[in-house]
Design a protein around this ligand. Structure first.
Ligand code: PEP
Ligand code: MN
Length: 338
């Protein structure tokens, strides 16, 4: 991390950037709050770093120990805020609820799901158009038609859209329709996809790989941050353990751990962790109590007929109950559901 002096001139800054480039080090990201701070990543030698510190206009060079410097709190002590649209953000005092069906199945299914969640004050509609299904014979999603439906239905209700992008070549079209790009658990370490999402001007919701450690997850986030997109939120969605009575095991501890080591906002998806609608409310509330900055919840107008993840989808009625409980828990921990 290079801290420029408050009086550094643009020429001095340029000279520093040029030197960084000649050393084969990556990224100049301006995190300036009053003065310019450069985040430099790569393997610089001690002598090279010392030489950088001697350049005019440089106040100091600080070696950040973390190997995920941009995601770390060490490097950026304040919470990072991820902005979806004007007034809708993940991070800060609010807890952002994002809800909707697992998959967009039809215009009418999406419309009733969206109306149901919007009636509960939800401002972000979720719904998969590109679905990463375990079986190639399962419903694969409506693709670009699904994206169009999401955008239209959300616009009608004044909502923002979060939807999954599965492949680098789909990033542009998904980014045109969505306000938040979801990278699914199965793609958390798809580095080409992470790099492609780093290059778009849309925030990213990075889900935890089902067998990934917190460090591997933070390294994955670092790919997006280092590629130039600082708008990244993490989403815990449960991990594989030896326990077969739930679909995954929600790692609730990941919330306080991530909040300590990283300044990225943390969302929790209780639906995929639970695998059954009966458990979604309890573990969702636990996540709010544990300090999550948002929830991602699957809601279907008729879960029994859902083309994907019906068993874990909440009915509109069950979702309404969860929302009113979430408001109370949020208040108890000094937050507010938004
Ligand atoms: C989803 O959100 O619909 C989804 C597929 O989640 P995950 O990637 O966490 O399995
Ligand atoms: Mn799902």
């Amino acid at each position: 991390m290079i801290v420029m002096s408050a009086h550094a001139s643009p020429e001095q800054l340029q000279a520093v950037l040029t030197r960084i480039e000649t050393l084969g080090l990556a990224a100049e990201i301006n995190l300036g709050t009053g003065r310019t701070v450069l985040g430099v990543s790569g393997q610089g030698t001690e002598t090279e770093l010392e030489a950088l510190g001697l350049l005019e206009g440089v106040e100091r060079v600080v070696r950040v120990l973390s190997d995920y410097p941009l995601a770390s709190r060490e490097f950026h002590p304040e919470d990072r805020i991820v902005s979806l649209t004007d007034g809708i953000q993940i991070g800060g005092p609010g807890i952002l609820i994002m809800a909707g069906p697992c998959a967009v199945e039809s215009r009418s299914q999406l419309q009733s799901a969206a109306e149901a969640v919007s009636a509960q004050g939800v401002r972000v509609l979720r719904g998969g158009a590109f679905k990463p299904r375990t079986s190639p014979y399962a419903f694969q999603g409506l693709g670009v038609d699904g994206l169009r439906m999401l955008r239209e239905v959300a616009d009608d209700l004044g909502m923002a859209v979060v939807t999954e992008v599965m492949a680098p070549e789909d990033v542009a079209v998904v980014a045109r329709h969505a306000d938040l790009l979801q990278i699914g658990a199965r793609n958390m370490q798809n580095y080409r996809l992470l790099e492609a999402c780093a290059r778009v001007d849309k925030p990213v919701l990075l889900k935890r790989g089902m067998s990934s450690t917190l460090e591997e997850w933070l390294h994955a986030a670092e790919y997006i941050l280092a590629g130039g997109n600082l708008q990244v939120a993490l989403c815990e969605r449960g991990i594989r353990t030896f326990e077969p009575m739930v679909r995954f095991t929600l790692d609730i501890t990941s919330v306080p751990v991530l909040k300590r080591v990283s300044s990225l906002p943390v969302v929790v998806d209780p639906s995929h962790a639970a695998g059954r609608y009966e458990y979604v409310k309890s573990i969702g509330l636990a996540a709010v109590a544990a300090g999550a900055d948002g929830l991602l919840v699957e809601v279907h107008p008729n879960p029994k007929e859902a083309l994907s993840d019906g068993p874990q989808s909440l009915s509109p009625k069950a979702f309404a109950e969860m929302m009113s409980a979430a408001r109370k828990v949020a208040e108890a921990v000094g937050r507010v559901v938004t």
